[in-house]
Design a protein around this ligand. Structure first.
Ligand code: NAD
Length: 387
């Protein structure tokens, strides 16, 4: 029997997650406190399915069947028969606590309760429950219908059975699943921080402008977008908020220190594409910024960001946040990196990574650039991540 899935919050993430579940044959109850939002979600899902029909992924009959499976509801009580409920409401702990403790009085004792939170602790969300071994993080990426990666985050309370059931289910939805510890930023939002942070730092030091740093990362690194173009896509308000939250959650570790440049852009309303101006100007007659294509400098810029990214990926291995394979999968499937960072480290040679890292640490004397202890140990023993 197919499981009944509940999704709370019919915004950007919730409506996408609900659509994915319905496409996989589940009966889905999508709940939102705001009825207008439910109407918007219904229209959005229908349009998104139309596109899939146009592309030949579904027939019109299949689209109809999927839509029959979707129930748009505005009362939590309508979720009483669900086997799994994924919460995707506003990112505020008090609100999540209220919703989860109300839910527990409505659902059966074996209903799994999950959160799609990007930045809050699953353990803390689960503390609102009496039976907290059923709490788990299921972190989809935006847009949930397209992005293949899902991070699964068991907390200290989560039972193995809950994790096993969730991993099996989300894999059956065709998603790439990685398991990670309940630590700030999980895998992707932690390991990716230097892509933005080190680029901003080099800009602030006057090493290069936005266009040159973007060119260096795409030209030498094969990244689909440079950091400033990507931040403008994500929105400087959103990206800055994630950086600040990871920085605070890591007890102000200087590795994650946010940048004044991004803060000021965000304060000025220069969010990026959505406001027509971010690091770049998107208005019609705006001047196009041309990079300085000096090969030596470009290579230095790329290598500095890459070494910082690799150091972060190594720290995630060292702190047992996730397996080597899952960290690489997360970065290639969650943020489209051209290569897993640990495969990349092996290819470049860990000795080279350590030398580069030591040179930065020596030059700046800042804790931000300290090479990871695991990297040092591996160089000493001559080992690699993949044999
Ligand atoms: N937007 C992203 O890129 C993204 C990616 C991954 C995870 N997330 C996480 O997903 C969650 C939702 O984010 P979003 O961007 O979809 O938000 P959103 O603002 O688009 O949607 C949130 C929805 O929740 C509804 N809501 C708020 N409080 C409610 C309540 N008490 N009961 C029922 N409905 C309620 C709102 O009406 C709104 O429709 C957050 O926890 C966020 O951290 C977001």
């Amino acid at each position: 029997m197919s499981k009944i899935i509940g999704v709370i919050g019919a915004g950007t993430m919730g409506s996408g997650i609900a659509q994915v579940a319905a496409q996989c044959g589940h009966s889905v109850f999508l709940m939102d406190a705001n009825t207008e939002q439910l109407d918007r979600a219904k229209t959005g899902v229908s349009k998104s399915l139309d596109k899939l029909v146009e592309k030949g992924k579904f027939t019109s009959e299949q689209k109809e069947r999927i839509e029959v499976h979707m129930h748009y509801v505005h009362q939590l009580e309508a979720l009483s028969n669900c086997d799994l409920i994924i919460e995707a409401i506003v990112e505020k702990m008090e609100v999540k606590h209220t919703v989860f403790s109300a839910l527990e009085n409505i659902v059966s004792s074996d209903c799994i309760l999950a959160s799609n939170t990007s930045s809050l602790s699953i353990a803390s969300i689960g503390s609102a429950l009496k039976k907290s071994d059923r709490i788990i993080g299921i972190h989809f990426f935006n847009p949930a219908t397209i992005m293949p990666l899902v991070e699964i985050i068991p907390s200290v309370q989560t039972s193995n059975e809950t994790t096993t059931q969730v991993v099996e289910l989300i894999k059956s939805w065709g998603k790439t699943v990685v398991i990670c510890k309940d630590t700030p930023g999980f895998i992707v939002n932690r390991v990716a921080r230097p892509f933005y942070g080190e680029a901003l730092r080099m800009y602030e030091e006057g090493i290069a402008d936005f266009a040159t740093i973007d060119w260096a990362m795409t030209h030498f690194g094969g990244f689909k977008m440079g950091p400033f173009t990507l931040m403008d896509y994500i929105g400087n308000d959103v990206n800055y908020a994630v950086t600040e939250s990871v920085f605070q959650a890591f007890y102000y570790d200087p590795r994650f220190k946010p940048s004044f440049t991004q803060k000021r852009h965000s304060e000025a309303g220069y969010y990026g594409r959505k406001t027509g101006r971010g690091f770049y100007d998107y208005s019609e007659n705006a001047a196009i910024l041309h990079p300085n294509m000096d090969e030596t400098r470009g290579k230095e810029i790329f290598e500095r960001v890459l070494v910082m990214l690799i150091n972060e990926a190594i720290d995630a291995v060292f702190m047992q946040v996730a397996s080597i394979e899952d960290i690489d999968l997360a970065m290639t499937k969650g943020v489209n990196y051209p290569k897993g960072l640990l495969v990349w480290a092996d290819e470049l040679g860990l000795g080279w990574v350590l030398d580069k890292s030591n040179a930065l640490f020596e030059e700046y004397g800042e804790d931000r650039y300290r090479p990871n202890a695991l990297l040092k140990r591996m160089v000493k023993s001559g080992s690699k991540f993949y044999s």
